[in-house]
Design a protein around this ligand. Structure first.
Ligand code: XMP
Length: 586
């Protein structure tokens, strides 16, 4: 064990663990009362004190073994951890003048090794009431925000405290800070994931569990399911049947491509064209959850049908670690334990019906995306699969507001080709087009006035009638979409990116039912539908920030789409972070 994370009960503890695991650090979450002797015995090279819902002025606030600071090993305190270190060393912690929740701007000393590789100004994520007002004697302030003068301090580049949360991807470069701490400051060795060993063990595990039994594997053409299929075929050979279901919600030409790829890989393949069945089951269905549940149910029915035909008892899926880590919700769904935090019914986790007859096997459930990608390369999958952006199981249904119809799917497919082509230049983590109805529920004066302050031009703000899914305060919301039409469209390009982020933050923060903000780039009277382009940067897909794009280029694309498709009434780019929006529309 190289990095121990002392758990003070903060909501982002798993994010710390996960970010470090993804960087190849050996890390473990331990109780905050852990004895220093135990840490020493385990050869710990650095310690992180997590955040927590406490104040150092609470009666008996949780605290760590004071010996910890005498070991000479690096220590990093985050939020409550930062306040605790300051308090224990004689600094002054004060009840915050105003809490800082969400987005904040950090000015930092990037000569400090903890901040190597960062700019002198970065966006960070805050969630606190108390602040460190005066750092302990000998401690140097190395970053501040408008509300927290002591946003980061250090004692001799060994003990560090950060008021903000580098572990959430809303602090876009926070992962660099944690990486610097582990490798530059603690001197951890990068844990080389032994891909040979993993492959061998995973194949053996599948062989052992299945014996001579047959299995079907659902393959969408994405990296996870394709990799799982190849791995499983190594284990059970011809006893594996790969099933690709065209639910009519794939992107342009995708199913044909997937089928030809799977055949090339030598897999035993069954192709099911169930598009009519899916589309007719979705007819007239508006609610997001209903759509997802219908798709999940039909998927399983189709798999069960194929399983019966080939005599399979098992269903193999390409579920990966983030799905599992997030899936206290998924598990809760699977085992019928209620759980308030369900954000989305992911088709392969929470969407499985309770009466499913097939036995489930998920050989990649310990891996992170980057590991799945290396495994894919190792197994010989072509780069356009191993490096592919995620595409949700329910397909384009996640990107269509209101009822899914064949007309909408055809239109979205065409438009999506152009939007992906334009957005891929920015190398976002995920990028696509979404289709909404061009129906306005009314105007939002408050959104308009917030936008006018940042864009410095007159703005019309509309609330769309469609519902979409967002996430606010750890729970899922069905929210509204705001479109912003500035009088001077050039104001999108002339406004700094940070101001656009501030603006969306203020709109979703001030209006409870709003979870998405869209920069309108081209519009006209009439047209049944609107297209919203979305591109996000994210490490783990749990939080995300919109990709910085060239609005002038996107406006030209919008104009051309409106010229080519008379059904379209507007084109925009979504500028909302996750939270308050999710990545997909529903
Ligand atoms: P959200 O929209 O929840 O998406 O922010 C996070 C990531 O998950 C993908 N996604 C899905 N993937 N089945 C999947 O296999 C699903 O039902 C599903 N829903 C969302 C989404 O594309 C993004 O990468």
């Amino acid at each position: 064990l190289e990095i121990a994370v002392l758990d003070f009960g903060g909501q982002y503890v798993r994010n710390i663990e996960r970010t470090l695991l993804e960087k190849g650090v050996s890390v473990e979450i331990v109780d905050y009362k852990v004895s220093t002797r135990l840490l020493l015995r385990r050869g710990v090279k650095g310690v992180i004190l997590s955040g927590g819902p406490y104040s150092v002025y609470d009666e008996n606030p949780p605290t760590c073994d004071p010996q910890l600071f005498r070991l000479g090993i690096p220590i990093l305190g985050l939020c409550y951890g930062h306040q605790l270190i300051a308090h224990l060393h004689g600094g002054l912690v004060k009840k915050g003048r105003r809490g800082e929740y969400g987005f904040s701007e950090l000015s930092l000393d990037n000569r400090n090794p903890l901040f190597h590789g960062l700019s002198s100004k970065e966006i960070c994520w805050m969630s606190h009431g108390d602040v460190v007002e005066t750092p302990p004697k000998g401690f140097k302030v190395i970053a501040s925000t408008p509300e927290s003068e002591v946003a980061a301090y250090t004692l001799e580049n060994r003990i560090y405290g950060l008021q903000f949360h580098p572990e959430v991807s809303h602090t876009p470069n926070g992962h660099v800070i944690l990486e610097n701490f582990a490798f530059k400051i603690c001197g951890c060795a990068r844990f080389e994931w032994d891909i040979e060993r993993f492959t061998f063990e995973a194949v053996e595990k599948v062989k052992k569990a299945l014996g001579n039994a047959r299995a079907v594997i659902a393959v969408s053409g994405g990296v996870d399911s394709s990799t799982a299929a190849l791995l499983a075929s190594k284990a059970i050979g011809r006893n594996l049947t790969a099933v690709h279901i065209d639910h009519g919600l794939m992107r342009e030409g995708e199913s044909v491509e997937v089928v030809s790829l799977l055949k090339k890989l030598g897999l035993n393949l069954v192709f099911v064209d169930a598009s009519e069945r899916f589309l007719s089951a979705l007819e007239g269905v508006c609610e997001s959850d209903k759509k997802r549940l219908i798709i999940g149910k039909l998927f399983i029915e189709e798999f069960e049908k194929v399983a019966r035909e080939v005599g399979a008892e098992w269903l193999i899926q390409g579920t990966i670690a983030p799905d599992v880590i997030e899936s206290t919700r998924g598990e809760a769904r699977r085992t019928d334990r209620g759980h308030g935090g369900l954000i989305k019914i992911h088709h392969n986790v929470a969407g499985l019906p309770s009466g499913m007859k097939l036995k489930l096997m998920e050989p990649l459930s310990q891996l992170f995306k980057y590991q799945v990608r290396s495994l894919a390369r190792k197994l010989g999958l072509p780069a356009h699969i191993s490096e592919r952006q995620p595409f949700p199981g329910p397909g384009l249904a996640c990107r269509i507001a209101g009822p899914v119809t064949a007309e909408k799917v055809t239109l979205l497919r065409k438009v999506n080709v152009k939007v992906e082509e334009e957005l891929e230049r920015y190398k976002p983590s995920q990028y696509f087009a979404m289709l909404v109805n061009n129906l306005k529920a009314g105007e939002s004066k408050l959104s308009a006035s917030i936008a006018e302050k940042h864009l410095e031009t007159h703005v019309k703000a509309y609330v769309l009638q469609d519902e979409s899914v967002g996430v606010k305060g750890d729970s899922r919301v069905l929210g509204r979409i705001i479109t912003l039409e500035p009088e001077d469209c050039g104001s999108w390009s002339s406004t700094s990116w940070i101001n656009i982020l501030r603006m969306q933050n203020e709109v979703t923060g001030s209006i409870a039912e709003v979870c998405r903000v869209v920069a309108s780039l081209a519009w006209r009277d009439g047209g049944k539908y609107g297209v919203i382009a979305r591109a996000v940067d994210t490490l783990d897909y749990m939080t995300a920030i919109p990709t910085r794009v060239d609005f002038a280029r996107l406006s030209r694309l919008g104009e051309s789409l409106l010229n080519h498709h008379e059904e379209l009434g507007f084109f925009g780019f979504e500028v909302t972070t996750k939270p308050a929006a999710t990545i997909e529309l529903i």
